[in-house]
Design a protein around this ligand. Structure first.
Ligand code: PLP
Length: 313
């Protein structure tokens, strides 16, 4: 059997207070686990930087709300926190980073409905290296294509069983959208709704910025910077990165806004980003082949947002 590259697994197990470390080179799930047979479960992905997991409470809150949407009972936050700590410590001991700048660990929290016929979910943590591609895209930026998600913005409310605002294990559609984007020569995608709204990326939240110079008529000129994201109630996953960044940006004097957004808003913006917990802030260079803003403006605004984001715990 081929060994998975540098992965640490920690199962949540009542017999092990800090979680049960499991061998990632050996099978660990039952073939009848409903996570494997139906993709029935929820997950979270967070980043640990230099050993510190970021935004843990926000991820645990979203895990809880995703689990509630699926009627799943999951362990208490403290049980998760101890297992997360175990996974990060084990990972960094087993696979030390060559430099502090590369000391990033991707921590996934996974829950399935459990083995068929049993009534307890299967829960575990997976720690693995941060993909080099993600780090590169933060620097170079990305090209994206707009892809139709096939739902309107009311679908989440009208049909809650679609689980549109939950982070479920059924990511096959999101991964298919990414492969489709790659075949078009793009790096990523932005979903649109059938009623013409901008939604989110397959694994990220959309952000855009407008910078305006305002003359107050009394001889003084000030710069107004506005950060906008699609409406949270349009059937998208509420992003923990967007939420944390908005708090920091507000404190730094940015104006904030929540959609509705249409594709033209992306083309008219001074900068657009796809933002998420692992890749962080990826500037969008082109949407459907059209350049967004200017390289200088994208660079300057991205640097500002990166600085705000670096202060997030
Ligand atoms: N939207 C989707 C569909 C996602 O999968 C993700 C992250 O995985 C996000 C948005 C961004 O969420 P976060 O910032 O919490 O990572």
């Amino acid at each position: 059997m081929t060994l998975p590259a540098s992965t640490v697994l920690v199962f949540l197990d009542p017999a092990f207070e800090n979680g049960r470390i499991a061998d990632s080179s050996q099978p660990q799930l039952m073939a009848t686990d409903l996570g494997a047979t139906r993709g029935d479960g929820v997950f979270e992905s967070l980043l640990a930087v230099e050993g510190r997991a970021r935004k843990v409470q926000a991820h645990l809150n979203r895990l809880e709300s995703s689990a509630r949407a699926l009627d799943l009972n999951i362990p208490e936050p403290n049980v998760w926190r101890r297992a997360i700590d175990t996974a990060i410590t084990e990972f960094r001991d087993a696979f030390p980073a060559p430099s502090p700048a590369e000391d990033e660990v991707v921590v996934k929290l996974l829950v399935t409905r459990g083995v068929e016929g049993a009534s307890t979910p299967t829960c575990w943590i997976q720690a693995s290296p941060s993909p080099a591609g993600s780090r590169r895209q933060r620097e170079t930026g990305i090209d994206v294509v707009l892809l139709d998600r096939g739902f309107d913005t009311e679908a989440g409310d009208r049909a809650p069983w679609l689980l549109l605002g939950a982070k479920t294990l059924s990511y096959a559609v999101n991964m298919a959208a990414l492969r489709y984007a790659h075949k078009q020569g793009a790096d990523d995608a932005i979903f649109t709704s059938t009623d013409g709204r901008v939604l989110e990326g397959p694994t990220s939240t959309v952000l855009l910025a407008h910078v305006e110079t305002v003359d107050d008529g009394a001889g003084s000129v000030r710069t107004v910077k506005r950060l906008i994201t699609p409406q949270l109630d349009s059937g998208i996953l509420p992003g923990t990165s967007q939420d944390a960044l908005f708090t920091k940006a507000k404190a730094a004097g940015w104006e904030l806004g929540y959609g509705p957004l249409v594709p033209q808003d992306l083309f008219d913006a001074d900068a657009v980003w796809l933002i998420s917990s692992i890749r962080l802030i990826a500037p969008v260079n082109h949407v459907d082949g059209r350049e967004i803003g200017t390289p200088a403006m994208r660079k300057q605004l991205t640097a500002e947002l990166n600085e705000l984001f670096a202060g997030i715990e």
